[in-house]
Design a protein around this ligand. Structure first.
Ligand SMILES: *Cc1c(COP(=O)(O)O)cnc(C)c1O
Length: 359
């Protein structure tokens, strides 16, 4: 893709590509960390009924504050949170962009630790926020002394931490988070898109919200909740932080259809999350199988596993696509990421990988 020169696009956007994993139509899609299990017919019918009711009033703008939805999300999160602590938007991608619109911007800095989510630098670019990336350790954990030194030197307005991190699966310990919170002068965002998949004993940053007014914890219904198509992301923070975000949000940004869909899905929380335990076991089995075959495997608290090293990872990725299995070419050079699917899908992945990379 190339934008013709007569199109007066901003100079820094010239030559950029739209973000996105390849959407290739193959039988086994293990590339975007979706939940492989869709909602049951009953849950789908309930969501459809909620949308039908919303449709009867589509001549009206939706509830700008999405109050009922924020209450339901607060109830799901627990930790004594209320609607005033919760903010929602079209995917946590929009939530993150709003965070940078409110707390980043020209003359301001956002800092994160690579390898991490490849969208962060794009939100920074789009909001004219300076992007600074520190490095993670060899095992992909945060290098605390280096992180503290970098934050002290850069004085970032926003720090993005990701727990579990994408694409490595690495979770953040309470000590690491506290060390960052202690020195960060601005807001600290912990992106917990995969929190529901974390292993027992791994903390959530929600526990610290009480004592840390500049902490923001983002979540999404796209992964564990099996609602990627619904586009609903949210955050929990001090109500004053939520008020700051309300200033930059577009009016009526969350459609009545989206609000009804998410509320309908939240009424089926238990069912939609029922497969999370199974996916966590499959993740651990997949990690063990890959390690047995001699791969380096990043310890994962998420619903995907990063493994390597390949001298030509693209050839391996392509060989898998040829066998009907789509995984993701992402992360540090030489590594590949596989999302956790159904037992049948994982069997197809293992068979294809053994053919492409016999060891
Ligand atoms: C998938 C993902 C998200 C979620 O994006 P949505 O816009 O909510 O679908 C957020 N952060 C990370 C690190 C992710 O991998």
């Amino acid at each position: 893709m190339s934008i013709p020169s007569w199109v007066p696009i901003r100079e820094e956007l010239r030559g950029e590509e739209p973000y996105g994993a390849p959407q290739i139509d193959v039988p086994v899609r293990l590339n975007t960390n979706e939940n492989p299990y869709g909602p049951s017919p009953e849950a789908a019918a309930d969501i459809a009924e909620a949308v039908r009711q919303a449709a009867l009033e589509l001549n009206r703008y939706p509830d700008r504050e999405a109050t009922a939805l924020r209450e339901a999300l607060a109830g799901y999160l627990g930790h004594g949170l209320t609607a005033a602590h919760v903010w929602a938007a079209n995917g946590s991608n929009e939530v993150m962009q709003q965070i940078l619109q409110a707390f980043g911007g020209p003359g301001r800095t956002v800092l994160s630790f690579a390898p991490t989510y490849s969208m962060y630098p794009e939100y920074a670019r789009n909001t004219h926020t300076r992007w600074v990336a520190g490095r993670r350790r060899e095992d992909f954990a945060i290098d605390v002394p280096a992180a503290v030194a970098l934050i002290e030197a850069e004085q970032p307005d926003v720090v993005f931490l990701t727990s579990p991190n994408n694409p490595t699966g690495t979770a953040l310990g309470a000590d690491e988070l506290n060390a960052v919170l202690k020195v960060a002068p601005g807001v600290v965002v912990v992106d917990e898109a995969y929190a529901e998949f974390r292993r027992a004993g791994t903390p959530t940053a929600l526990e610290l919200l009480d004592e840390q007014p500049r902490l923001i914890v983002t979540r999404t219904m796209s992964k564990a909740f099996a609602l990627a198509g619904g586009r609903l992301g949210y955050l929990a923070a001090d109500p004053a932080i939520v008020d700051a975000l309300r200033i930059v949000r577009l009016p009526y940004h969350l459609s009545a259809v989206t609000q009804a869909t998410a509320l309908g899905a939240l009424r089926h929380t238990d069912e939609l999350l029922a497969r999370v335990d199974e996916l966590r076991s499959t993740r651990d089995e997949t990690s063990a199988w890959l390690a047995d075959r001699g791969y380096d495997v990043a310890a994962s608290d998420a619903n995907f596993v990063l493994f390597g090293h390949f001298t030509d990872r693209h050839a391996v990725w392509e060989g898998l696509v040829d066998r009907g299995v789509l995984i993701r070419e992402v992360g540090p050079d030489g590594w590949l990421r596989v999302s956790i699917g159904t037992p049948d899908e994982m069997r197809a992945f293992r068979t294809a990988l053994m053919e492409v990379d016999p060891r």
